[in-house]
Design a binder for this molecule. Structure first.
Ligand code: AMP
Length: 276
């Protein structure tokens, strides 16, 4: 695997590869099998697979969260080698951001819903870094996880608005054997938190199983009650929405997704399930 830390060097290398197709997997590192499943999908469908590891400061609205974000770069590089990734882009913050640059792109309500309500400014930071990374890597296909469902919708909207020539591929959520969605933040869970955290995937599955029996308002309320009843779990939201705009779903909406976020101990976790 080739590793680049400057924009210029990776750009020059990729330009020299002519018309090779590029599959790109942007990450913040602390890689787990979820990330590696994205690498595997990229490898299958492209000539060159590029992964980036960059803990993007502009998408954190909590300085403590940014500081404690895990950064096991050596272990990450070993995992990428083993997965057969061709190129790693691992820039420092000052390589990506030159001083106090500004960014704002209006993507409408998508930005303010759900995660946006609890993490103001988060998606502007996500779009800012994804835009820069796409400009550097110029991939054919961009691989992103369903785990961050709203993020995909936001990036998709940006790509549409700015006419960026890339195809987004949404990859399914990789889970631990007991159902917990894999996440870099799971390392912060204590043994007790780890057990309590299972209520997220269990509740999402319960909603999916009961979708034809109860109405959406009842499902949302009962799901919030189930989450809140679990020791050490503080739910932030549980919503059943239409899969495109993430707004109110009705029983005849075509794509329906249930999304949740909760604090488990000191760790904030996300999960979701496609209901239909
Ligand atoms: P992150 O490093 O958390 O920014 O994640 C990088 C990419 O990996 C994003 O597109 C995530 O949605 C995706 N990802 C994170 N966790 C999982 C998972 N459990 N299964 C599949 N993809 C995931």
């Amino acid at each position: 695997m080739k590793t680049f830390t400057t924009r210029r060097a990776i750009r020059e290398y990729l330009c020299a590869q002519g018309s090779a197709t590029i599959g790109f997997v942007p990450t913040m590192g602390a890689l787990h099998n979820g990330h590696l499943s994205l690498i595997a999908q990229a490898k299958q469908a492209n000539d060159i697979t590029v992964c980036s590891i960059f803990v993007n400061p502009t998408q954190f609205n909590d300085a403590k969260d940014l500081k404690k974000y895990p950064r096991p770069i050596e272990a990450d590089m070993a995992k990428l080698e083993l997965a057969g990734c061709d190129i790693l882009f691992n820039p420092a913050v000052n390589e990506m951001y030159d001083g106090n640059e500004q960014w704002h792109l209006d993507v409408g309500r998508l930005e303010y819903l759900l995660e946006g309500e609890f993490r103001p400014g988060h998606y502007q930071g996500v779009m800012q870094v994804v835009f820069k990374l796409l400009d550097i890597v110029k991939p054919t296909n961009l691989y992103m996880g369903q785990k961050d469902y709203q993020q995909i919708m936001v990036v998709n909207k940006m790509i549409e608005l700015l006419n960026i020539p890339v195809n987004i591929v949404m990859c399914p959520i990789e889970r631990e054997a007991d159902g917990l969605a894999m996440s870099s933040r799971n390392v912060h869970l204590t043994a007790e938190d780890r057990q309590h955290a299972l209520v997220l995937s269990k509740t999402l599955n319960w909603v999916k199983d009961n979708f034809d029996r109860l109405n959406i308002a009842e499902l949302q309320q009962q799901a919030m009650d189930k989450l809140a009843a679990e020791e050490g779990v503080e739910p932030e939201y549980f919503r059943i929405v239409d899969g495109k705009m993430l707004l109110h779903a009705s029983e005849n909406t075509q794509i329906i997704v249930a999304l949740t976020a909760a604090r488990v101990g000191k760790t904030r976790l996300l999960d979701n399930v496609l209901i239909r």
